[in-house]
Design a protein around this ligand. Structure first.
Ligand SMILES: [Zn+2]
Length: 64
């Protein structure tokens, strides 16, 4: 299926799309994209991941 907005999405993604906290991929097109939020130093921290596998890898590296 053609996506008539794909050209526009490229312009938007650089500024608006988050990058995966594990592999650094831009998440503009990631349909399984996962978000983790937590509180640190009194502020809400947010990290995005392209899927649950990347989220799990990040979990593992943070717990070491
Ligand atoms: Zn990733």
């Amino acid at each position: 299926m053609e996506d008539p907005t794909s050209d526009l999405a490229e312009d938007v993604s650089a500024e608006d799309a988050p990058n995966c906290g594990t592999c650094g991929e831009p998440l503009a097109d990631a349909t399984n994209h996962t978000v983790v939020t937590w509180i640190a130093d009194g502020e809400v921290q947010t990290t995005h991941f392209c899927d649950d596998a990347c989220r799990q890898q990040w979990d593992d590296s943070e717990s070491e």
